[in-house]
Design a protein around this ligand. Structure first.
Ligand SMILES: *[C@@H]1O[C@H](CO)[C@@H](O)[C@H](O)[C@H]1NC(C)=O
Ligand SMILES: *[C@@H]1O[C@H](CO)[C@@H](O)[C@H](O)[C@H]1NC(C)=O
Ligand SMILES: *[C@@H]1O[C@H](CO)[C@@H](O)[C@H](O)[C@H]1NC(C)=O
Ligand SMILES: *[C@@H]1O[C@H](CO)[C@@H](O)[C@H](O)[C@H]1NC(C)=O
Length: 189
């Protein structure tokens, strides 16, 4: 027969352990181990700019189409992109990599999207990739998305990227400023 006390211990000991270990996983925010600023340029296909376009609507709701963003608020449109990345805000600066991935508009009553993409680098400064994902309430001046990993120079990294819309021209062109703050940096030995 278990005593009431030992029964209590048996039942609650795992939770006690869990709460201790959960506590030990709380890290204090440190300074980033690496910070970088990039711009990328998205030119959406609009039926007339095939040569110049760097992205395309690949899915649209039943009431829309893949040439013009859907109404209201582009809701339901999914876009695939292969955008040049530059170090300054000039579309014509030499690209240092490509931003490749997708975004879709996932809120009906305002402009809001979800981003999932990689920065792909292959130059003298950076080799490898950075992977991003997150909620992008694009009417906000700045919004944070997650840097969920990387390869090459960015092996196993994690952090936060602060996005801001640096330019916006109708539904065809926009430019995002990406302030990457990595809080976990690794080096392969
Ligand atoms: C391509 O599109 C961008 C953004 O709309 C524009 O600034 C640029 O002049 C275009 N280039 C050509 C060659 O049409
Ligand atoms: C796409 O939708 C827009 C806006 O509703 C319309 O003006 C355009 O003609 C449509 N294009 C095609 C190819 O259906
Ligand atoms: C990176 O660039 C070099 C030199 O142009 C090329 O040999 C190599 O295949 C490229 N690597 C990737 C992953 O694209
Ligand atoms: C976006 O902006 C709104 C209004 O300023 C604010 O309430 C909200 O917290 C912001 N959201 C994010 C994710 O920054």
């Amino acid at each position: 027969m278990y005593s009431l006390k030992s029964l209590f211990t048996i039942l609650f000991f795992p939770f006690l352990l869990l709460s201790i270990s959960a506590h030990s996983y709380t890290h204090r925010a440190r300074a980033p181990c690496k910070e970088m600023i990039f711009f990328f340029h998205d030119i959406v296909y609009n039926g007339e700019n095939y040569k110049n376009a760097t992205s395309a609507i690949v899915g649209a709701p039943e009431w829309g189409n893949r040439t013009i963003m859907s109404s209201p608020n582009n809701f339901g449109d999914m876009i695939v992109f292969d955008d040049p990345i530059t170090l300054d805000n000039n579309l014509h600066s030499p690209p240092i990599g490509r931003a490749q991935g997708m975004y879709f508009y996932d809120q009906k009553d305002t402009f809001s999207s979800w981003l999932g993409f990689s920065f792909v680098f292959n130059n003298t400064d950076y080799k490898g990739s950075l992977n991003f994902a997150g909620h992008d309430p694009l009417m906000n001046k700045t919004r944070d998305i997650s840097v969920i990993g990387g390869t090459g120079d960015f092996f196993m990294t994690r952090g936060i990227a602060t996005l801001s819309t640096d330019a916006f021209e109708g539904s065809v062109y926009f430019r995002l400023r990406v302030h990457v703050k990595l809080y976990e940096c690794w080096k392969l030995l």
